[in-house]
Design a binder for this molecule. Structure first.
Ligand code: MG
Length: 271
């Protein structure tokens, strides 16, 4: 009897592991407005598209960009307790050092961000493999994940708006190669009494391919729960996530965008 129970338990564990491998995700999380669950195990994963090889050396930043990281130092960043403590490594890169998230000292609202990232040799699977993230206003995450031949739930793979919108396609380059994100973030607007006036929006180009186009966010990105807006200042830090994996970043720059228009009759001007 005991042997039978043990065998049955082993079978259940094996089946669970198998389903985790095949279809990582959840079947008991809240349902998003698009009908899928948050991190839905049964949501179709985006098709894979080969973006071709990346550039050996990073492209130069535009003249009006604010350089957040060019390989020389981490002065533009701070950690949870003071200076950013991620490692400077070869090739003008920095590496996650299991010292916690880092974030820009300066705050940004509407902006264009360029950032390049590289995953280490594969270790682990799904969300445990090559996980990091870039957060706007410290709250809205574009997922960074080694999504090269690494199935995970669709709204958690590379270039997903985490827990909300999978990318249109999966163009992740293999570990050891540089991935490039060019992201346009439009911050949410709130009324004086804290109600949402307009949601945050994200456009993401991953390795030269549009994967998110002017997507409206449902609120701050979150794990296993439905997002909900809470009023916050129009600008906040850009944050990079320490998820415990030795991810690398290089060539990070940002261009604040002036999107507000003021109109007098038919004449409209940017601020
Ligand atoms: Mg992440």
């Amino acid at each position: 009897m005991h042997k039978l129970n043990t065998a049955a338990a082993a079978l259940v564990i094996a089946a669970t592991l198998c389903s985790q491998e095949k279809n990582p995700g959840y079947t008991d999380t809240p349902i998003l407005p698009d009908g899928f669950r948050v991190h839905d195990a049964n949501r179709p994963r985006p098709p894979v598209v080969d973006p071709g090889p990346g550039a050996e050396t990073p492209a130069r930043a535009p003249k009006d960009a604010i350089i957040l990281f060019d390989g020389s130092d981490l002065k533009a960043w701070r950690g949870r307790k003071g200076d950013a403590a991620w490692k400077l490594v070869e090739g003008g890169a920095m590496e996650v050092a299991r010292t916690g998230d880092i974030q820009t000292r300066e705050d940004f609202g509407d902006c264009q961000l360029h950032l390049e990232w590289m995953a280490p040799p594969p270790k682990g699977h799904s969300q445990g493999r090559g996980n990091s993230g870039v957060f706007f206003c410290g709250r809205y995450e574009v997922q960074v994940l080694d999504s090269f031949e690494n199935p995970t739930y669709a709204d958690g793979q590379a270039a997903a708006i985490y827990g909300q919108k999978p990318p249109l396609v999966n163009v992740t380059r293999p570990p050891g190669q540089w991935n490039v994100y060019d992201i346009v973030f439009v911050a949410p607007r709130f009324t004086d009494d804290g109600a949402l006036k307009s949601p945050a929006k994200l456009t993401v180009v991953h390795n030269g391919v549009v994967v998110q186009l002017d997507e409206e966010l449902l609120g701050p990105t979150s794990h296993k729960s439905l997002p909900k807006y809470r009023a916050h200042p129009p600008r906040g830090p850009i944050k990079l996530q320490d998820h415990g994996n030795p991810m690398r970043f290089r060539n990070i720059w940002v261009r604040p965008l002036r999107l507000e228009r003021f109109c007098l009759g038919k004449l409209c001007l940017r601020s």
